[in-house]
Design a protein around this ligand. Structure first.
Ligand code: CUA
Length: 337
């Protein structure tokens, strides 16, 4: 009878602790705002985990706290404790219960995965290219490309992701889902249905070198009509002026992740005032920075390295540029006096 009272008190203690820990975990906002349909099943799974964690924590800590307080050794008590030999029903319970919980989570996880990967045949396609250390987005159905990911709300987008150099990882925390971006033509897919208009950020979630922490790109979720406007504006903004066209290209291809236009040296030399200058190379020789030198440095980045720098430029960036685009980039560099 006395034991029953102990158990009742501990059960109450465990339930109260579970409620406190569970509500705390749910309300401290461990996750940013959820902004995609794929976020719904994931957040539901997180909810299940929070409550399981709260219960297991309370079960262990509740029994422990109660024992420390109630079964404390009395002064002068030098006797050994009772010798307890096994308990079959307890062993059955603590084997079966976790088994059921694990199977339930496997089932729930499978359901969530199926929901996240549900295919909408109308999905808009966007080709995503990750390169040290920038992102580029191409919309083949519209013939535009950009260094920000603009998406219409409530429409599924099919991202086809590839890398030109090392492993990167495409991650927008508000969309919850994440996909590694692999080199070597191993194109990976990710489906996202943005559900909230707003500004977000793509982060690279795979350490990929010196500027990894800054490998971000804006994500803008807009209404359908705003998206159509953006596409129209993109198509109209293709400039006849080579300097303006070059300015857009160095943003889009991510050149400015490593080359500044204001004189600050970054991973690569700055472009400010470089044209027409005599540059010292790492073998001690000097070279005149002219169109020929710039063209060669873009096409064959490892050929002529400026003193004080190492060759960190992926040749694959220029491989995806036409000669016309390279010429516009050179005109832009020439304009930076
Ligand atoms: Cu790309 Cu980290």
């Amino acid at each position: 009878m006395k034991n029953i009272r102990h158990y009742l008190v501990v059960i109450l203690l465990v339930l109260v602790l579970t409620a406190i820990v569970g509500f705390t975990l749910e309300n401290v906002q461990l996750m940013p705002q959820a902004a995609s349909r794929q976020a719904v099943p994931i957040d539901e799974l997180f909810g299940w985990h929070f409550w399981t964690i709260a219960f297991l924590f309370s079960l262990i800590v509740g029994f422990m706290l109660y024992s420390i307080v109630v079964f404390r050794r009395k002064e002068g008590d030098e006797e050994d404790g009772d010798h307890i030999e096994g308990n079959v029903s307890l062993e059955i319970i603590w084997t079966l219960l976790p088994l059921v919980v694990v199977i339930a989570f496997a089932f729930k996880g499978g359901q969530a995965l199926a929901e996240i990967q549900r295919v909408d045949p109308q999905a808009m396609r966007v080709n995503v290219t990750g390169v040290q250390w920038s992102w580029r987005f191409e919309y083949p159905e519209y013939g535009v490309s950009s260094n920000e990911l603009v998406l219409p709300v409530n429409e599924q987008v099919l991202l086809k992701l590839r890398s030109l150099d090392v492993i990167h990882s495409f991650w927008v925390p508000e969309f919850r889902i994440k996909q590694d971006v692999l080199p070597g033509n191993l194109v990976r897919e990710l489906r996202i249905t943005p559900s909230e208009e707003g500004d977000y950020t793509v982060r690279c979630a795979e350490i990929c070198g010196r500027e990894h922490a800054y490998m971000t790109a804006p994500v803008v979720v807009v209404s359908e009509s705003e998206f159509a406007d953006w596409v129209a504006q993109k198509l109209a903004s293709v400039s006849d002026d080579p300097v303006e066209s070059g300015r857009a290209l160095v943003e889009e291809f991510g050149c400015v992740a490593c080359h500044s236009v204001d004189g600050t040296p970054k991973v690569g030399p700055t472009w400010l005032g470089t044209f027409g200058k005599e540059e010292t190379l790492d073998d001690g020789s000097t070279v005149m920075v002219n169109e020929e030198y710039l063209y060669n440095s873009i096409r064959n980045p490892g050929d002529q390295i400026v003193e004080g720098f190492v060759n960190a430029m992926p040749a694959a960036i220029a491989d995806s540029m036409t000669d016309e685009q390279v010429a516009d980039v050179i005109e832009f560099i020439k304009s930076l006096k």
